[in-house]
Design a protein around this ligand. Structure first.
Ligand code: HDE
Length: 712
């Protein structure tokens, strides 16, 4: 008979992590065996100038540990940053799901969230044009649920079988390991142009979504259609959405390139600093729910991960919020060792037959063996569920637990049948009993063959300035390819999305959109007729536009955490400075003093102010807006440093809000901005309120055409 004991403990994750954390403050240095150390500077030698002795266990321990400090970086998503926080349900969806996390509004579920780029190595720049990973580990009372998503709602490929090909094509080329963290090269476009299912995710990457302003200003998506299961065992399809409180905002490509040089940790630093300052990043969790009966109602297949469900067709219902409020204590122990697995689910959530998701269920557990080296990776503190773990799995490298008792099998009598099984009513997991009546077959469903409709919907939905950015991005990326036939194939394919887009990219490349447009796709892209994958169907228009796809329709109601550079020299006008600073800080913006020198700076009221950055060490691209207070002496000092002119020229060319007061106008007169004093986001002796609302608009894109003429 099974002996039933109390249910798993409901430990808070942070308390659990604290149990494992080691505080070195005020403690003596010891070896790994606990022996106190009295010299860690010199090895043990035969005489002062003699050879080092094999006996030196202190040297050997120290060097041995150093030699093995590295573990393999993630094969994809190697570059990442993470934070702790919590998820709170604001509206129960018990009619759809029995998961505690979706029914209990009184719970605060601990989460650990890791954001990442995909292609680059661990040390690559944050500002690569790329998809961003958005992986959330929910430490729920019923077990850990990992929602391992991206900042784009669709993926490049439809079947897990093609994942190694996709990644091999985008990673640095195998002969010379070039380029790092960049898709702009031949192998990627060779693959993309012959794999038209990639086009939808690809055009999202070419849009501003590929270069976010901040990890805190990105959406997140579970991508796949999952299932929710309610108490009665009924299923609904679901797609998960994260909507950022600060809206969705991006930088321009010119900024991205420059930020990569000025601060390649830009996103990592931004996330860290925001949390340290108590400006906790926040997202709403939304769900799109589709009844099982509607599975075949749409012009696309719900199981196809290259398709989104337009919000006009199925609205997103907001059910909760996530707040990130604590930075990790140790990057390696937490951010590097965290192991996400789409296979980690809890009762009330289940999978669908999306062939990409099915492959992921294998891959993530598998990869942890290479990275973390042992099947016991779940025992690493960041990976431990909050409840206790009891099973008959045993041993393996680095077993940290000491399982008690005589038995390690089931069924047993010797241990009273423990650990015992739970019925579904008691919380035991049961897979959804989906009816399957099919032939075993290696193929792709015809319902997956529409590769052009949604990339076209996306492009149609963009604002003019967003379209311009897409044109530039394609032109840049294809311009970096060296093989003409690869560019031709891409132009032909882009023309399937939009002929004007293809024409403009072709003009930039000095090429023509190939006439083979009417030819069957296999001929046009040079693929073997036997390759079944390359048979995209006809483009459909089932929706003219979807407004949420455009960043022009995001939130523009806050300047919270926006970085505003105050350009100041000794003698700046304290009155206008103070009024602007107070107004901005009231709205939770961050003011940084950029002075001609480091240390402190004195205003015209003889007060000393701490300098945040000297002009030598910072760049305009690291700020969201610029303000120049008056003060003759201050402006004279700024004008002696040509970099200040570059600074405001550049801010203007990136369409940012700029405000000057009093003598600050002289800086405008000396810069390229003097021609554009009527610009709607350039304020000369304006009101702080106007400046604030221009910063909240993120950018003045109306300025784009003139901005191109600014020398930077
Ligand atoms: Fe991943 N992916 N992936 N992926 N993925 C990994 O797992 C893989 C896919 C995503 O911050 C790896 O632990 C396959 C889609 C994120 O630690 C690996 C396929 C989506 C992260 C892996 C996909 C993602 C990963 C590498 C196609 C969005 C970073 C290290 C079948 C829904 C998680 C690791 C973190 C990481 C495999 C497709 C998102 C190798 C085989 C679709 C956010 O297991």
């Amino acid at each position: 008979m099974a002996k039933k004991k109390s249910s798993p403990s409901k430990t808070d994750k942070i308390k659990q992590l604290d149990k494992y954390s080691v505080d070195y403050d005020g403690k003596p240095m010891t070896t790994r065996q606990g022996l106190k150390v009295n010299d860690t500077n010199n090895s043990l030698k035969a005489g002062e100038r003699g050879a080092t002795l094999l006996e030196d266990f202190l040297l050997r321990e120290k060097i041995h540990s150093f030699d093995h400090e590295r573990i393999p970086e993630r094969i994809v998503h190697a570059r990442g940053s993470a934070a702790h926080g919590y998820f709170e349900l604001t509206e129960s969806i018990e009619q759809f799901s029995k998961a505690g996390i979706f029914t209990d509004t009184s719970r605060k579920t601990p989460v650990f969230v890791r954001f990442s780029t995909v292609a680059g190595s661990k040390g690559s720049t944050d500002l690569a044009r790329d998809v961003r990973g958005f992986a959330v580990k929910f430490y729920t009372q019923e077990g850990t649920w990992d929602l391992v998503g991206n900042n784009m709602p669709i993926f490049f490929i439809q079947d897990a079988m093609k994942f190694p090909d996709l990644i091999h094509s985008v990673k640095p080329e195998p002969n010379n390991e070039i380029p790092q963290a960049a898709s702009a090269h031949d192998t990627f476009y060779d693959f993309v142009s012959r794999t038209t299912e990639t086009l939808h995710n690809h055009i999202w990457v070419m849009s501003d979504r590929g270069i976010p302003r901040s990890l805190r200003m990105m959406e997140g998506f579970g991508i796949h259609t999952f299932r929710l299961i309610n108490k009665k065992g009924e299923a609904h399809f679901v797609k998960f959405h994260w909507k950022p409180k600060l809206g969705v905002h991006s930088v321009t490509w010119d900024e991205a390139v420059k930020i990569s040089g000025a601060d390649s940790d830009f996103h990592r630093r931004d996330l860290w600093d925001a949390i340290e300052a108590g400006n906790f990043p926040e997202w709403e969790l939304g769900v799109q729910i589709v009844p099982e009966a509607d599975e075949h109602k749409y012009d696309f297949d719900l199981l196809d991960p290259t398709k989104l469900i337009p919000e006009e067709m199925v609205p997103v219902k907001i059910i909760g919020k996530m707040v990130l409020n604590r930075n990790p204590e140790n990057f390696f122990a937490e951010t590097e060792q965290v192991a996400f697995m789409p296979g980690s689910i809890v009762p009330g959530i289940d999978f669908t037959n999306d062939p990409l998701l099915q492959g992921r269920l294998f891959s993530y557990r598998d990869t942890q063996l290479s990275r973390l080296g042992s099947p016991n990776f779940h025992q690493i503190p960041i990976n431990r569920p909050v409840g206790e773990v009891h099973n008959n799995q045993r041993d393996g490298h680095m077993q940290m637990d000491v399982p008690k008792g005589q038995t390690a099998y089931f069924p047993n009598s010797l241990s009273g049948g423990c650990p015992y099984l739970s019925t579904v009513a008691e919380g035991g997991f049961e897979s959804y009993q989906e009816r399957i009546d099919a032939k075993k077959i290696r193929t792709r469903s015809d319902s997956f063959s529409d590769h052009f409709s949604q990339p076209a919907l996306f492009y149609r939905s963009l604002a003019k300035w967003e379209k311009e950015h897409v044109i530039s991005a394609y032109s840049f990326e294809l311009g970096k390819c060296t093989h003409k036939y690869i560019k031709e194939r891409m132009l032909w394919i882009i023309a399937q999305i939009d002929t004007d887009l293809a024409k403009k990219v072709a003009d930039n490349l000095g090429m023509k959109v190939p006439k083979s447009i009417e030819k069957p796709i296999n001929q046009a892209i040079g693929a073997d007729a036997k390759e079944k994958d390359h048979q995209p169907g006809k483009k459909k228009v089932y929706l003219e536009e979807s407004s949420v796809l455009s960043q022009a329709n995001t939130k523009f109601d806050t300047i919270e955490t926006r970085q505003v550079a105050f350009l100041v020299g000794d003698g700046f006008n304290m009155k206008s400075f103070d009024a602007m600073k107070k107004a901005l800080e009231k709205e939770k913006a961050i003011v940084k003093l950029v002075a001609p020198h480091g240390g402190t700076i004195t205003c015209d009221e003889d007060m000393e102010h701490e300098v945040d950055a000297s002009i030598m060490t910072t760049e305009s691209v690291l700020f969201d807006a610029v303000y120049v207070p008056g003060g003759q002496k201050s402006i004279d000092a700024l004008l002696k440093k040509p970099k200040y002119i570059k600074f405001i020229n550049e801010a203007f060319s990136h369409c940012k809000a700029i405000a000057v007061d009093g003598e600050g106008e002289k800086l405008i007169d000396e810069s390229a901005l003097k021609e554009y004093k009527d610009d709607k986001a350039l304020f000369i002796n304006g009101k702080p309120k106007e400046f604030i609302s221009a910063i909240a608009q993120h950018r003045n894109w109306d300025r784009m055409e003139v901005a191109e003429k600014i020398p930077v």
